[in-house]
Design a binder for this molecule. Structure first.
Ligand SMILES: Cc1cc2nc3c(=O)[nH]c(=O)nc-3n(C[C@H](O)[C@H](O)[C@H](O)COP(=O)(O)O)c2cc1C
Length: 206
């Protein structure tokens, strides 16, 4: 087997190894350094116009994790995980265009800004779709980064978004996309299957 083929094979196994873990070893500490490594890797996710629509609301203090429990309808993983990262989507991601294109020529920067602001202007639906779509890429990448560093995760949509916004003072600019406990597995994940590829895939056209 060539080196390249081996690498492809192990990446495949790695992808197969991520499962949603719902029971974590309580009291596990994830250091700033480890956490930042995960977030840096997650931030390599692609995004439209490279606007990086995600924000990571990191919750590690036990008292704050306890506050998440009723918000997440009693799902214990939010308390026992080492950290809960709430991935938020930026509804005003167009505002960072200047910064993203800081190294471009003034002409390119102005052109990109015009294009992006044009797309966002008066288009709340687009802003929301973009926020959710792009933040979801970062969330997936964060789960894989965590797995690569020996942690497990479970993506969660089962929480009350309004209660979350109020409790953690999330500004109107941001929309909660997914809640992501990260921790050391106390119990393995439930085995899940997938629907057949023939259900999932449409070739060429409907
Ligand atoms: C958007 C989204 C929301 C989810 N919400 C929850 C949740 O609130 N609680 C939970 O235990 N699992 C939740 N899950 C995890 C799914 O149940 C899980 O991904 C699915 O059963 C497939 O299993 P696997 O992740 O182990 O492959 C969610 C997954 C996604 C993608």
């Amino acid at each position: 087997m060539t080196q390249q083929a081996e690498a492809v094979f192990s990446a495949e196994q790695f992808l197969q190894s991520r499962h949603s873990v719902r029971q974590y070893v309580p009291g596990t500490v994830i250091s700033d350094e480890e956490l930042n490594e995960l977030l840096e890797l997650a931030s390599l996710a692609p995004s439209s116009w490279n606007l990086q629509h995600w924000r990571f609301l990191v919750i590690r203090e036990q008292a704050n994790k306890e506050k998440l429990l009723p918000i997440a309808f009693g799902q214990q993983q939010v308390v026992d995980a080492a950290a809960v990262v709430v991935v938020l989507g930026d509804l005003e991601a167009n505002k960072v265009a200047e910064q993203v294109f800081a190294d471009a020529t003034p002409e390119i920067r102005a052109q990109m800004k015009q294009q992006i602001d044009g797309a966002y202007a008066g288009n709340e639906r687009l802003a929301r779709d973009e926020a959710i779509r792009n933040a979801a890429f970062a969330a997936q990448q964060l789960m894989l980064a965590a797995k690569a560093k020996g942690y497990d995760t479970v993506p969660m949509g089962g929480y009350n978004p309004q209660a979350l916004i109020e409790e953690f003072a999330i500004p109107e600019r941001y929309i909660p996309v997914v809640m992501l406990p990260i921790g050391k597995a106390a119990q393995p994940a439930r085995v899940t299957g997938r629907l057949p590829l023939s259900h999932q895939t449409i070739h060429e056209r409907f």
